[in-house]
Design a protein around this ligand. Structure first.
Ligand code: HGY
Ligand code: MN
Ligand code: MN
Length: 427
């Protein structure tokens, strides 16, 4: 039954965008005038209930795994067939755009809906997964639930606490999941064939080259740290400038030093301080303590590590000169993740077959695909986004590009099925 060619019906792209926009609003967001949806919150729960409804409507069964990942399944030609998995993350950064994550989930649902409508099934099942925590917006780590799925979650995962002191263990219980079962989300590698993630590029390349989609060759490596600087809180009116142990001016000097190191070669090296907490954060108190995050990335692990080492040394030098106590803790280490060459060739051929110039490109942003690559071969399809803007409510995609992406993914499925059949015949 592999020869039935299924065309993406014309509404697929527009519906995928509409659904992402719907998920951008309360109750699927925890704030009224923007999108913030973090792991194991009521907004997360509401979004997976709505998405599970769309999965069932498309012809899938839907379940939530012990880590809070939503898993839709479209059965193959025989029971318990291993799965070709589509998906991305359903959590968001704070004040997010609507498409970073959910678009890959909605495109997977559209593909299954079209296959189901055509009554087409394969020797493999197709699954669509909404990973619960990719951004790390709530807990001080990231990719927690795709790591649970891949069996690489940290052993102390349940003890990690958010800024309110709520542990993953407690949050799982409040979400209605059994915290003790969290690690049972680990997927049997024999039940998975490959992972396909469609995602907005979050960069300028496809727009600059006027291309709707591109194929990802690999994902940059990423380090995340938590820095704590301790000085001494003092009265803003009486503490003379030369006698202060001001944690915030020390942090400010560190942030500028981080910017300098991040600006060095290679060009894909980046370093960011995205979150800073000033304690006690009062206008008439010299800040006694400052905590900030540090995110360092580069295509090569060596360049990333060299920059991170230099940054940590700079933080230590600046703080010791200022008499400030500093602690820099590594919270996440994601090595570079190449996509599978065979799947990449199939994705490029699918793009070409859909009339689009096949454009390979590297991802500076991290994705669940970099975690899944320890479990199975992966490939990614990038979609053009306006101005390359992301992690910003101005994030925007053209439904016509999303329609093309749906057609490419369907073409990919057919080519993948034919290749699987050849491999099995050849076996
Ligand atoms: O940070 C990233 O690259 C992704 O958006 N989590
Ligand atoms: Mn993303
Ligand atoms: Mn993101």
């Amino acid at each position: 039954m592999l020869n039935v060619q299924v065309q993406a019906y014309s509404g697929a792209g527009a519906r995928a965008v509409e659904r992402c926009d719907l998920l951008g609003l309360p109750p699927h967001s925890s704030v009224a005038d923007a999108l913030t949806r973090t792991y194991l919150t009521p907004a997360h729960k509401s979004a997976i209930v709505q998405t599970s409804h769309w999965m069932r409507e498309a012809g899938m069964s839907a379940r939530t795994d012990p880590a809070g990942n939503l898993i839709g399944r479209y059965e193959g030609l025989h029971e318990n067939a291993p799965a070709l998995i589509f998906g991305s993350h359903i959590d968001s950064v704070r004040n997010a755009g609507h498409y970073d994550g959910p678009l890959g989930i909605m495109l997977g649902i559209e593909c299954v809906a079209m296959l189901a409508q055509a009554g087409q099934r394969f020797p493999f099942a197709i699954e669509v997964i909404a990973f619960g925590d990719e951004e790390g917006s709530r807990f001080p780590t990231a990719m927690l639930t795709s790591r649970a799925f891949a069996g690489t979650a940290p052993v102390d995962a349940l003890a990690i606490c958010d800024t309110d002191g709520v542990s993953v263990h407690q949050a799982l219980g409040e979400f209605g999941l059994d915290p003790v079962a969290f690690f049972e989300a680990r997927r049997d590698p024999n039940s998975v064939i490959a992972f396909v993630e469609a995602h907005i590029e979050q960069g300028p390349v496809l727009e600059a080259e006027d291309l709707p989609v591109g194929m990802v060759t690999g994902i940059a490596s990423q380090l995340r740290y938590r820095a704590t600087l301790k000085g001494m809180a003092a009265h803003a009116g009486t503490a003379s400038m030369n006698l202060r142990s001001d944690a915030l001016t020390a942090a400010a000097q560190c942030v500028l030093a981080i910017e300098t190191v991040g600006g060095r070669l290679p060009p894909d090296l980046v370093a960011t301080v995205g979150r800073m907490v000033v304690i006690p954060n009062a206008p008439n108190v010299v800040p006694g303590e400052v905590r900030f995050t540090l995110d360092v990335r580069a295509g090569s692990q060596e360049a990333r590590n060299r920059a991170a080492d230099d940054i940590c040394a700079e933080i230590e030098r600046i703080c010791s000169e200022r008499g400030i106590e500093s602690l820099v803790e590594q919270m996440l280490d994601l090595p570079p993740s190449p996509c599978d060459p065979q799947l990449s060739a199939t994705m490029l051929a699918a793009i070409h077959a859909c009339g689009v110039h096949p454009r390979p490109l590297v991802s500076g942003a991290g994705h669940d695909a970099m975690i899944l690559s320890s479990l199975c071969p992966t490939t990614m399809l990038f979609l053009r986004c306006k101005g390359g803007i992301s992690h910003n409510p101005a994030e925007s995609v053209d439904p016509a590009d999303v329609q093309i992406a749906a057609e490419v993914l369907l073409e990919f499925i057919h080519r993948f099925a034919a290749e699987q059949q050849e491999t099995n015949l050849g076996a």
